[in-house]
Every structure is written in structure tokens, then in C-alpha cells.
Write a protein that binds this ligand. Structure first.
Ligand code: MN3
Length: 244
């Protein structure tokens, strides 16, 4: 074999080896699950189609498995270099965003806010959600003028959110309720309040079924509220034990 062809073969062989190695690397990368980390999300406690016809299954799947998951994955990426954001409860971090390093503060605000908002959202919805009663109903009557006025005012507030955001019923530690909105993924925890319940008015929450008809979504959404979960949140808020 001439020197030239031997050299050519070696180059060709090493090229093949490199190609094989890079294809193994590509395969390994594709086969590796999404990077884990300290932040986790719960699976939905009910099937994705359980809220139909008010919220369609495809919207629920994309919303939970992709949108919410993206907030959690982003948090885990931040936690690689800033593990301290995972060392305290989410409520504590959100209530003290000024303590988060400035370089990641906006990212933590958006993604941890999104994680908290959506965790609450899945929890306060469900099939066969019942009706408000007991202490929650008494507080709605006292502070918000009754259920009918609550729904009218909440839907109007949600309709007025320009762009993306949330409409909440907030609750103080002494059980007082108020209707409030927040832009983007902000959460009432950020200014010392708590969400009793809330509705996501980002277009991703409703567009497949309702397109531009946000008011129709806001109206239909009340059929999905799990009032037992809301009652538990109300009791926890008053006891000072409410999570996100
Ligand atoms: Mn959302």
C-alpha cells in the first residue's frame, strides 16, 4: 500500500470513528430525558378530557405537559448555577424576589410565578366540582357581593387584562377576599397576598376552543372550579399553611 493510500485510509477510518462517536452522542442526547432538578410538577389529578366541554383535552395536555413543564425546566436550569433558589419553599422565594441574584431575578419571577400559578390552577379545577358553601360562600357574600356578582366582576376583570396574565380571588390571613389581576406570571405572593383561586387568561389557556372569545372562556371556566379544593385553600390561608 502506498503511503498516500495508507494515510487516506487512516483519515477515512478516523473520520468514520468520529462520525460513529458523534452519532452515538446525538442518540444519547435524544434518548436522555429532560434534565431533572429540584423543581418538580405533579401530574394532573384528573384525565385531560375531564373538563370538557369547557376546556378541551388538547388544551389541557399542551398547557400542563408543555407550558407548565417549560416553567419547571427553566427553574431547574437556573438552579444549576443558583441552587439556593431551590433551598427555600417557593412561597418564600416569591415573597422575597429582591433576595434573588439580579442576573436571574426576572427569569425566576416569570418561571417560578408560572410554576406557582399553574400548580394552583390545576388544583382548583376538576370534574364534578360541586358548589361553594360554608365559610367560602359566607366570605363571598360578605366581601364580593355574592356568587353572581363575584362571577360578573371576576370575568370583567379577566377580560380587561391586556395581553397575558391572571385574574385571581385573593385572600388575606384573616379570610378577606378581593378580585385582583396580575400581568404575565406574577402571583399575589409577590406582594404579600395569596391566591384563593385564579383563572389563566393567557391565550394558550383557551385559544384552541375559544380563539379570540376570551369572555366566553371566562364564563364557561366557572363550570370547572373544584369548590372542595377552594374550601381547603381558604382554611389553609386562614391557618397560615397555604402552599402555592
Ligand atoms: Mn398558562
Amino acid at each position: 500500500m502506498s503511503l498516500m493510500s495508507r494515510r487516506h485510509l487512516i483519515i477515512a477510518a478516523s473520520g468514520l470513528a468520529a462520525a460513529a462517536a458523534s452519532s452515538r452522542a446525538a442518540f444519547a442526547q435524544a434518548a436522555t430525558p429532560a434534565p431533572g432538578g429540584p423543581f418538580k410538577m405533579d401530574p394532573l389529578a384528573y384525565p385531560a378530557n375531564a373538563l370538557e366541554p369547557h376546556i378541551d383535552a388538547k388544551t389541557m395536555e399542551i398547557h400542563h405537559d408543555r407550558h407548565h413543564q417549560a416553567y419547571v425546566s427553566n427553574l431547574n436550569n437556573f438552579a444549576k448555577d443558583n441552587p439556593q433558589i431551590a433551598e427555600k419553599p417557593v412561597v418564600e422565594v416569591l415573597a422575597n424576589l429582591g433576595n434573588v441574584p439580579e442576573a436571574i431575578r426576572t427569569g425566576v419571577r416569570n418561571n417560578m410565578g408560572g410554576h406557582a400559578n399553574h400548580t394552583m390552577f390545576w388544583q382548583i379545577m376538576g370534574p364534578n366540582g360541586g358548589k361553594p358553601d360554608g365559610e367560602v360562600l359566607a366570605a363571598v357574600d360578605r366581601d364580593l357581593g355574592g356568587m353572581e356578582k363575584l362571577q360578573t366582576d371576576f370575568n370583567a376583570a379577566g377580560g380587561r387584562v391586556f395581553g397575558s396574565g391572571w385574574v385571581f380571588v385573593t385572600v388575606t390571613k384573616d379570610g378577606k377576599l378581593a378580585i385582583e389581576t396580575r400581568p404575565n406570571q406574577d402571583n399575589p405572593i409577590m406582594d404579600g397576598k395569596r391566591a384563593l383561586l385564579g383563572n389563566d387568561v393567557w391565550e394558550h389557556a383557551y385559544y384552541l376552543t375559544y380563539q379570540n372569545r376570551r369572555p366566553d372562556y371566562l364564563k364557561a371556566w366557572w363550570n370547572t372550579v373544584n369548590w372542595k379544593a377552594v374550601a381547603e385553600r381558604y382554611a389553609a390561608a386562614k391557618a397560615g399553611t397555604l402552599g402555592v
